[in-house]
Write a protein that binds this ligand. Structure first.
Ligand code: LMR
Length: 329
């Protein structure tokens, strides 16, 4: 039986994160799960820790998972390469971060393509969605499941009520061509940047705003360095819980099957509880003094109209059939 203890736990605690850093037994194969989010209430933090706990219990003696949150092991720029090199075995990056490997995941970034997370979950459960899990098989990446995170909202150093309020503002975006085009469509200037750098960039005025879920805005304290957040729900944030083909192939078939079963179970549980976590973190922002702007239907329509032209731009990269399937969900 492993103890949830370890040299990194003190560091993670100091950074405001929970960590499932197991003291691995001799003879166990130690594997690493790295991710970039933090806090205790974030859906990815909870799912990653639940995965580690389940593996460490059910595959005790064989595998021992160490979780490294908060970009403590790898940040956005290095993690995918590290997975291919075998320096880490599990990741859960945002689907917006795969542009160098596949253009198809651009579908998840199209503004207003999903009405809400339920629509996104219907799409990921569909044949098209399931096929996309393995869009990067040729690279050696294996998708174990989609972990929903939430809808995204814009925050800035001034209230954003209609798209023209964003004119001339600099927005941090993930490294996604769709996100860059979306910000340009609303008259802003997109600034791709690693997640770990966002708080500092907002605080010092390197950027004026950003877009994220309630859970990220709360756990990374973005609300403390922004005027307000506007409830646009303009985009989905979801993760690919993933491993590498090389790692999976290195396991005996029983261990591999058990691992995949645990990943499936943890994914279902994570997605079942994600809406509650998002609502909890929305409330946490309000309790912490953050301001949230709600939109009237007419104001929201202006955001939809401003961003809709972005779809056409990426149709050939993503595939019209994939876009149609997502929109139909
Ligand atoms: C971001 O970079 O804004 C997010 O993808 C971070 C995360 O993993 O939630």
């Amino acid at each position: 039986m492993k103890k949830v203890l370890g040299t990194l736990s003190a560091l993670a605690f100091a950074m405001g994160s929970t960590v499932s850093f197991a003291a691995c037994d001799a003879g166990e194969r130690v594997v690493k799960l790295s991710h970039v989010t933090g806090g205790t209430t974030h859906p990815k933090v909870v799912a990653a820790n639940n995965f580690a706990d389940a593996v460490n219990k059910e595959l005790n003696g064989k595998l021992c998972v160490e979780v490294y949150p908060n970009s403590t092991l790898f940040g956005d720029s290095k993690e995918l390469e590290a997975l291919l090199l075998g320096d880490v075995q599990f990741l859960a990056p945002s689907l917006s971060k795969f542009g160098s490997y596949t253009k198809k995941y651009g579908v998840f970034d199209l503004p207003f393509i999903f009405k809400d997370m339920d629509a996104a979950m219907r799409f990921t459960a569909s044949k098209t969605g399931k096929d996309l899990l393995n869009a990067m098989e040729d690279v050696g990446f294996v998708g174990l499941g989609y972990w929903m995170s939430g809808m995204k909202y814009f925050s800035a150093n001034k209230p954003l009520i209609v798209p023209t309020d964003a004119n001339g503002l600099k927005f941090r975006v993930q490294n996604s061509d769709v996100a860059k085009a979306m910000i340009a469509a609303m008259g802003g200037s997109p600034q791709p940047m690693a997640f770990s750098e966002v708080y500092g960039a907002l605080q010092t005025g390197v950027v004026d705003g950003q877009e994220n879920t309630w859970s990220n805005i709360y756990t990374k304290k973005f609300f403390e360095v922004q005027d307000s957040t506007t409830q646009t729900s303009h985009q989905l944030l979801a993760y690919l819980f993933m491993t590498s083909k090389e790692f999976l192939d290195s396991l005996d078939s029983d261990t591999r099957a058990k691992l995949v079963e645990i990943a499936d179970r943890v994914t279902v549980a994570a997605n079942n509880s994600v809406k509650d976590k998002e609502e909890g973190n929305r409330q946490n922002i309000l309790k912490g003094g953050g301001k949230i702007n709600e939109l009237t239907p007419a104001q929201r329509k202006q955001w939809v109209d401003a961003m809709k032209p972005v779809w056409k731009k990426f149709e050939s990269d993503i595939g019209a059939d994939i876009i149609a399937a997502a929109a139909a969900s």
